[in-house]
Design a binder for this molecule. Structure first.
Ligand SMILES: [Zn+2]
Ligand SMILES: [Zn+2]
Ligand SMILES: [Zn+2]
Length: 282
């Protein structure tokens, strides 16, 4: 038995078998929905999955003709959803840690320039042929820009631009990021408080602060639940999920932080420095 939950704990579930397939999906839609370099999905038959909470806070967004994504309306975390055949797609970022490792990196052609897909896990440009899942047209891959770096949510209601250079970016493996993003890890860039300017949809932003956290707050679009930039007045910074950006921000993550809290099913395969807890003081 493997249990999972969203960041706020309103939505919980359990699965009663090993997944029959596990994919790391690098498509731009998963990037935006999760606010992460990739989403990871474990596939289960309908009778191997069950909700263990009310699903009152689960909301839905149709991101393509084949897929209706689900998320928690309180905290913005992606939660499991079923495809038309009734199979369940479960995000192990929000599961306890005994899930097996992924089989494939999929939609690798959509990978963002700030993330390097490493390791020898097999790669596919769309879904593996054996899955029989129909492919979908993706969003464009971010390119270099001469102007301000632009960003948006999956539904397009929220748009913003970054008006100053990024100071740093980290891959964060802490459990709050893993549950919040429902992914292996977050990749966040940092600018000053005034370094992000919302162009549309700022009134659509919802936020959820983890009650026992000093700062940890997740900001998301109330239509599509994509994870959006968060301004932190106390620290004078803005935290930008690089996955929400539509242009290449130029910056690349400098390290992996909180690796003592890393998901057991995820291997770090690049050479960036690793820190057991937070980054060393600047
Ligand atoms: Zn929640
Ligand atoms: Zn995807
Ligand atoms: Zn949206």
């Amino acid at each position: 038995m493997n249990e999972g939950r969203c960041l706020c704990g309103s939505v919980t579930w359990e699965v009663s078998a090993e997944p029959y397939a596990v994919y790391n999906c690098h498509c731009r839609m998963c990037q935006k929905a999760h606010g992460a370099a990739f989403g990871t999905y474990c596939f289960f038959k309908a009778d191997q999955f069950r909700w263990t909470s009310s699903t009152e806070t689960v909301v839905h967004y149709e991101s393509s003709e084949h897929l209706v994504r689900s998320s928690c309306d309180v905290c913005g975390s992606v939660v499991p959803y079923a495809n038309k055949a009734g199979d369940h797609w479960v995000t192990p970022g929000g599961c306890h840690d005994t899930m097996r490792k992924p089989d494939y990196n999929i939609f690798v052609v959509d990978n963002s320039p700030w993330h390097t897909i490493n390791g020898d896990m097999p790669r596919c440009d769309t879904y593996p042929e054996e899955s029989g899942i129909p492919s979908v047209e993706g969003l464009p891959v971010p390119q270099k820009t001469d102007g301000p770096v632009r960003g948006s949510c999956l539904c397009g209601a929220v748009t913003f631009q970054i008006t100053e250079p990024f100071k740093v970016a980290h891959n964060c493996h802490c459990s709050r990021c893993r549950y919040g993003r429902a992914a292996a890890h977050a990749t966040n860039g940092f600018v000053t408080y005034d370094g992000v300017q919302f162009l549309s949809g700022e009134e659509r932003l919802k936020s959820y602060k983890v009650p026992d956290a000093r700062f940890f707050t997740q900001v998301f679009c109330d239509v599509c639940s994509s994870i959006m930039p968060r301004r932190d007045s106390e620290r004078g910074i803005a935290v930008i999920p690089l996955a929400s950006l539509d242009d290449d921000p130029g910056i690349r993550p400098v390290d992996h932080i909180f690796v003592d809290h890393k998901a057991a099913w995820h291997d770090i395969t690049d050479d960036l420095p690793r820190f057991p807890e937070g980054p060393p003081p600047e």
